[in-house]
Design a protein around this ligand. Structure first.
Ligand code: 2AM
Length: 474
């Protein structure tokens, strides 16, 4: 009897452990290993107890020897040098055609490099973005695999069986593209998650400080919003957070220090958008908002020195709440449109054949940004795979047309009340800049030509003809 395992997993932190249990639930036999070897035995005695098809190993050699060929070795270790070290240590025990999968939160350029490096050694590489946190890993994450295309037929069955499924049963896991495409799409997912979270936080701030809602009313409002186009995991948990009481009966959220942490994927998205020249303003504002939140003491000092307007609460509470909902929805559309603009540019830059409708489907369930809204994005790209921008789709342009008056009222309220809403305002500025055929950049070109003879094109001459003027002549 061949008692070798279907896959090997290295890394027994919570994501690794949960993914192993999930794979095992789906009938896959899994050999497991961890750098701190005692954790292998702890796992076998703990969560994996009684599961004969989870096989503990105490060295990489033993792990590789326990695998069916072609071997599939999955790394669930800390992103960075740990991945490279494990690859080096595993290589002597692998043969041509075997594959290494990196399921960690790796930087996509590392996955491009690793695909190239391993391909030269005859080993297939898969960089798989995995989203959904611990719960997702255990019961069905969104999985975004990329790498050497020959790896996909070997992994498809295992990955699609463990991934989340949409209501119609489609797996939230499909091949994304070559080399770093999977980790890239995961990075964009995380960036969009930053944007969504920031927009929701701004809506909370406006509900609290412009309308004067208490925490129960805010919870009710988010609960209601979750029955609208905003229906999503993040809105759902936001309502639950506002309902949640501390031991003394006070809302717990009120007592949480307002200093946001970050692990860096939002920064990666913003830096990449700057590198590729794509205006991903909303995610970038979200990253900056976290950075500003971290300057707690400085903000406390500034609050004593810098004057703002007197806040007078709005009179029409429910009209304002609906305006905020519409402002949030419109801004969210802009954020996703920007995220997809960036992916479109990245597809050109890194030679990936990305299917944007498919990417929206991967995020439909299992991950943090899961929402009903993603169905509409999927439909938009399925209807027209050459869609230049999400905002050109009738469904989204229609919502923006419907929301814009409310959106503008909310932005005005934020500004006149002195309540920072950087993501909402950046989204509106982008919308107004994007829909403007004639921008003020003619002046920028004139200034550049004035001080640096950078030349300019003219609206009354063919494009590509450049002019230089002696601006001091009159
Ligand atoms: P450990 O249990 O031995 O710390 C998440 O941190 C996972 O990545 C854990 O399985 C951890 O192993 C592993 N890990 C973190 N840094 C590592 C490194 N530099 N080399 C090998 N494994 C590492």
């Amino acid at each position: 009897m061949d008692n070798k395992c279907d896959i090997g997993v290295i890394g027994l932190a919570v994501m690794g452990r949960n993914l192993i249990l999930n794979m095992n639930d789906k009938g896959k036999s899994v050999a497991v290993y961890n750098r701190t070897v005692s954790k292998v035995d702890d796992f076998l005695k703990g969560d994996a107890a009684g599961r004969g098809t989870i096989v503990g190993t105490h060295s990489l050699k033993e792990l590789c020897a326990k695998l069916k060929r072609p071997r599939k070795v999955m790394l669930m270790v800390k992103a960075g040098t740990a991945v490279d070290e494990f690859i080096e240590h595993a290589l002597p025990f692998l043969e041509e055609g075997d594959c290494i999968i990196d399921g960690g939160n790796s930087f996509f350029k590392d996955s491009i490099r690793r695909t190239d490096y391993l391909t030269k050694k005859g080993i297939l590489f898969c960089g798989a973005g995995i989203s959904g946190g611990e719960e997702g890993a255990r019961h069905g994450p969104s999985i975004m695999p990329g790498g050497n295309p020959e790896v996909w037929p070997l992994l498809k069955d295992i990955f699609q069986s463990v991934s989340a499924k949409t209501i119609s049963g489609e797996p939230c896991c499909d091949w994304v593209g070559t080399d770093g495409a999977g980790h890239y799409v995961k990075m964009i997912h995380n960036g969009i998650e930053y944007g969504d979270m920031q927009l929701i936080s701004e809506a909370y701030s406006l509900l609290k400080d412009v309308i004067g809602m208490d925490y129960t009313e805010i919870a009710e409002t988010f609960k209601q919003w979750n029955k609208t186009e905003l229906d999503s995991y993040l809105i759902e948990i936001t309502a639950k957070i506002f309902y949640f009481k501390d031991d003394d009966g006070e809302p717990l959220v009120k007592k949480i220090l307002d200093r946001a942490g970050q692990k860096g994927t939002g920064v990666w998205t913003s830096v990449n958008s700057l590198e590729l020249g794509v205006p991903v303003t909303l995610i970038t504002e979200a990253v900056y908002a976290r950075a500003l939140s971290a300057r707690l003491d400085e903000r406390a000092a500034a609050s004593l020195i810098l004057k703002g307007p007197e806040i007078s609460l709005t009179h029409d509470k429910w009209q304002m709440a609906e305006d905020i909902r519409k402002g949030l929805l419109a801004s969210k559309i802009i954020s996703y449109a920007q995220g997809f603009m960036l992916m479109k540019e990245a597809a050109k830059e890194y030679s990936w054949n990305l299917d944007f409708g498919n990417i929206a489907s991967l995020w439909r369930e299992g991950c943090i940004i899961r929402s009903v809204f993603l169905d509409n994005i999927k439909s938009a790209f399925k209807k027209n795979s050459d869609l230049q921008n999400l905002l050109f789709d009738d469904y989204f342009s229609g919502i923006l047309a419907d929301c814009q008056e409310s959106w503008r009222r909310v932005a005005c309220s934020a500004v006149t009340s002195g309540i920072a809403a950087p993501a909402l305002c950046a989204a509106l500025s982008f919308y107004d800049g994007y829909r403007r055929a004639a921008s003020p950049a003619n002046l920028l070109q004139a200034q550049r030509d004035y001080f640096g003879a950078h030349t300019y094109e003219r609206v009354d001459k063919p494009r590509g003809e450049f002019f230089n003027t002696d601006w001091t002549r009159n």
